[in-house]
Design a protein around this ligand. Structure first.
Ligand code: PTJ
Length: 288
């Protein structure tokens, strides 16, 4: 692992890279997972590597939904296992959600290694090894456990692919997704789309849970009922636009009003001069 000094301006982001690379070396994360991480980093850079207000709101609603769910499941892939294994275990313990390994680039060896990794971080039971192709999908994400994702009412899916998200939503399951890209099919299809880095999102949700646990079920349903996912995604995009404008101003100075075109100015002056003469002539005619 490369030693990254804490003083580095992009310390968090570089540490995340190290964790993902280590995940590949340990056989948890797919090589394709590195590319997915790179795509995420680019979006995180545009977001400003912080939790947007809209994302914080979505995280609170998502945590409330996990608390109310009858059979919540956290779906774990190779990137999530490398980045936030202990946080996912804590989230499952706090909400009563089961953990299930579900992979796009599935190998039984990787499923087993991810399950072991989660157990090393304190998980008692990890589903996924007895998965069957129960979802109507042409790839290995179709493989889920009958008493896990297949039977779940609420599924938390860090780093989803749009395909499965759509299938789960069609099966009347409520889907919570974490995706740094607010425009992705996953973000558009999930019921709650958290536009944030997985590394921040899960920690924030864990922090929010004690306060949510002090609320009544009615209050929690009230929070969920008031939530509007498309509006929250629009807010996320607005926050990203504002951030980009702020950076643009810092780097290049505030946008100046464009200089008026001299030909247009001359034409306008000419027009107003003609108008003035016509009016004067009209006055003269009235006097005559
Ligand atoms: O299931 P596995 O382990 O075999 O791996 C599946 C991967 C991750 C390779 C697969 O799901 C994939 O190819 O993902 P995509 O289609 O590249 O989508 C990943 C999405 O997650 C992109 O929209 C990224 O912006 C986003 N993303 C990447 N890293 C993060 C992230 N979102 C939140 N936090 C991240 N750290």
């Amino acid at each position: 692992m490369t030693e990254i000094p804490k003083s580095h301006p992009r310390y968090e982001s570089l540490m995340t890279r190290e964790k993902i690379t280590e995940g590949v070396e340990k056989g948890l994360t797919s090589r394709q997972g590195l590319i997915a991480q790179g795509r995420g980093e680019a979006f995180d850079y545009l977001i400003g590597e912080r939790t947007l207000e809209s994302a914080h709101y979505a995280q609170a609603v998502a945590a409330a939904l996990l608390l109310l769910a009858k059979k919540p499941v956290i779906s774990v892939n190779g990137n999530a296992a490398a980045l936030v294994p202990s946080e996912l275990v804590t989230l499952s313990q706090l909400t009563g959600a089961q953990l299930e390994v579900n992979l796009f680039h599935r190998t039984e060896e990787r499923v087993q290694k991810i399950a072991e990794e989660l157990k090393k971080h304190g998980a008692d039971v990890v589903l996924g090894e007895n998965a069957e192709p129960l979802l109507p999908l042409d790839h290995d994400r179709s493989k889920v456990e009958r008493d896990g994702i297949y039977a779940a009412d609420v599924i938390f899916v860090p780093l989803e692919d749009g395909d499965r998200c759509e299938v789960l939503a069609n099966m009347k399951k409520l889907v919570i997704a974490v995706d740094l890209n607010p425009l992705s099919r996953t973000s558009q299809t999930a019921h709650i789309s958290i536009v944030d880095n997985l590394t921040r999102a899960v920690k924030n949700m864990i922090e929010l849970i004690p306060d949510l646990k002090n609320m009544s079920e009615d209050e929690l349903w009230g929070i969920i009922g008031a939530y509007d996912n498309p509006m929250t995604l629009i807010d996320a995009i607005e926050e990203i636009k504002e951030h980009l404008e702020q950076i643009q101003d810092e780097l290049f100075g505030p946008e100046e009003e464009p200089e008026p075109d001299p030909e247009v100015v001359a034409a306008m002056q000419k027009r107003s001069e003609i108008a003035r003469r016509v009016m004067m002539r009209g006055g003269d005619l009235m006097m005559e």
